[in-house]
Design a protein around this ligand. Structure first.
Ligand code: BEZ
Length: 225
């Protein structure tokens, strides 16, 4: 696997791995879907338990958007299987997405998920576990978002979903999304769209500054059955 740092726009490295849902080839797993690949430090730990439960509860929203979830830590699949029972019991969720057993840290190394700064986030041999990484990968297998959270801080699943919404909306229309945007809010006309084209694409757009132009999203045309 490549040692070039992964950046936004990089092709997500392929790998084969064991998961709680059986062996996978990652690129085959992506298929024509979007994927959220996320790591947690260790099974049977408190913050991770709350996070996995929260991702499981929000999974139907990801599915609606054509997004598959897949977790990972440097623990075995057997360990994940036992821990999932606790997660479901404690959080009232049903973890149905696969979790990669990456005890040898093959995937964690390829995706630069290893913890380099928290000396307490280590296994019994003192080998570093993973941080809380998130990769959003599109159907072309391009990495579109990378987030890194420390072991001490649980993530915000709504934020991950919000970025999916922003990316998918931006891909469909020539727009960007402002600070704290959520679906339904006005969006920003992409700087590459001049005002003449903006008038065609977004009849209701308004100019606040020449470089800051807001618009509601065009209404979806109803499809005739
Ligand atoms: C946790 O999930 O609570 C956790 C895991 C590893 C290090 C620190 C916290």
């Amino acid at each position: 696997m490549s040692s070039t740092p992964l950046r936004l726009g990089s092709v997500a490295p392929n790998f084969k791995a064991e998961t709680t849902k059986g062996p996978i080839d990652f690129h085959e797993f992506i298929g024509d879907n979007w994927v959220v690949l996320f790591s947690h430090p260790e099974d049977y730990t408190p913050v991770c338990t709350t996070e996995l439960g929260a991702f499981a509860k929000l999974e139907p929203e990801f599915t609606k958007r054509g997004v598959k979830l897949i977790g990972l830590s440097a623990n075995t699949v057997d360990s994940h299987d036992g821990w999932i029972k606790d997660i479901d019991e404690v959080t009232g969720s049903k973890v149905a997405f696969p979790i990669i057993g990456d005890k040898e840290r093959q995937v964690a190394l390829a995706y630069d998920m290893i913890d380099h700064q928290d000396a307490t986030n280590v296994d019994s041999k003192g080998i570093a576990f993973t941080i809380r990484s998130v990769f959003i990968i599109d159907p072309k297998k391009t990495i579109r978002l990378i987030l890194s959270y420390p072991a001490s801080t649980g993530r915000n699943t709504a934020e991950v979903l919000r970025v999916v919404d922003s990316l998918q909306t931006g891909d469909k229309h020539r727009i960007t999304t402002p600070i704290n945007w959520i679906p339904g809010d006005d969006v920003i006309v992409h700087p590459s769209v001049n005002n003449d084209l903006a008038k065609e694409l977004f009849p209701e757009f308004r100019i606040v500054k020449p470089y800051l132009r807001f618009t509601p999203l065009p209404k979806e045309k109803a499809t005739v059955a």
